[in-house]
Design a protein around this ligand. Structure first.
Ligand SMILES: NC(=O)c1ccc[n+]([C@@H]2O[C@H](COP(=O)([O-])OP(=O)(O)OC[C@H]3O[C@@H](n4cnc5c(N)ncnc54)[C@H](OP(=O)(O)O)[C@@H]3O)[C@@H](O)[C@H]2O)c1
Length: 258
């Protein structure tokens, strides 16, 4: 039945970068749809606040500490979830960082490494751990990699971020092809701009406000704009056939004239 498509009862979902912003929203959405959610990030106090909010709304949630730049931390977190909660059905691979706009000629080693290590290497590390756990448990799961519209088109003075997110889109497609035989779907969600700690300073500045006026939709995204797209990719609504896609939710940025 169409109305049952988004039901996630009996599913276990792990969301990385769930201590704030999009990840916290995604955790709340999946819990509301009935999933048992596990929120992962580094800041345990922020995770505890999000877990309490979900529990307060009647959802089932817990937290696990994870630094996506540390292979041992990622492995430990996945093992803990498997032992304490069960096999994950849904992975939302969302942890990420952004850089201030910088000219390519001024790009430094340290900043390049920080962005790529978290957004691309971290996403790969987490996706691989999730896929390995799903495959070993024989779970027909769903992995949603959070890329960006800048994985599909070029944001000005954002070379490291653009490259890291383009990598996440290709990671998604490469995984999707191989993991079909394991019944694991892998898709990318490519948001435009949503107000979070990642970009608050910029979008509350005059330059940020000017940029918003160039978005075809003439506004930033609202968290609710991501709810149904996330559920589509995470749930059985996409059947077994939607895999390797990069779904934009961006107010038209990806298709807007340069
Ligand atoms: N906001 C937007 O407009 C937008 C647009 C397109 C794509 N995105 C993507 O959406 C994702 C979430 O961003 P957001 O806007 O929600 O930003 P945010 O509020 O700053 O959240 C980023 C999350 O990533 C976590 N994180 C960062 N580094 C980590 C690490 N090394 N290990 C584990 N967790 C880490 C942070 O948790 P801790 O600091 O507690 O570890 C936090 O929970 C990112 O991948 C971002 O690129 C955002």
């Amino acid at each position: 039945m169409a109305r049952d498509y988004f039901q996630l009862q009996d599913k276990i979902a792990l969301i990385t970068g769930a201590s704030s912003g999009l990840g916290a929203h995604f955790a709340g959405v999946l819990a509301e749809a009935g999933a048992t959610v596990v929120l992962a990030a580094r800041r345990s106090d922020k995770l505890a606040e999000q877990v309490a909010a979900i529990e307060h709304s009647g959802g089932a949630a817990s937290a696990v500490s994870m630094d996506v730049t540390d292979p041992d931390s990622v492995d430990r977190a996945f093992t803990r979830v498997a032992e304490d909660i069960g096999n994950i059905d849904i992975l939302v691979n969302n942890a990420g960082v952004a850089d201030d706009p910088i000219r390519f000629l001024d790009t430094g080693e340290e900043e390049w490494q920080r962005i790529v290590e978290t957004n691309l290497n971290g996403a790969w590390r987490v996706a691989r751990a999730g896929a390995r756990h799903m495959a070993a448990a024989g779970v027909a799961g769903s992995i949603v990699n959070i890329a960006s519209v800048y994985g599909l088109r070029t944001g000005a003075m954002k070379v490291a971020y653009n490259v890291s997110k383009a990598g996440v889109v290709q990671l998604t497609k490469s995984m999707a092809v191989e993991l079909c035989r394991e019944q694991i779907r892998v898709n990318a969600l490519c948001p435009g701009w949503f107000l979070t700690d990642l970009n608050r300073e910029y979008f509350e500045s005059e330059r940020g406000e000017r940029y918003i006026r160039t978005i075809p939709a003439r506004r930033m995204g609202l968290m609710e704009d991501l709810t149904a797209p996330l559920l589509l990719l995470a749930s059985n609504a996409a059947g077994g056939y939607m895999t390797g896609s990069a779904l934009t939710v961006d107010g038209g940025i990806a298709e807007s004239p340069v």
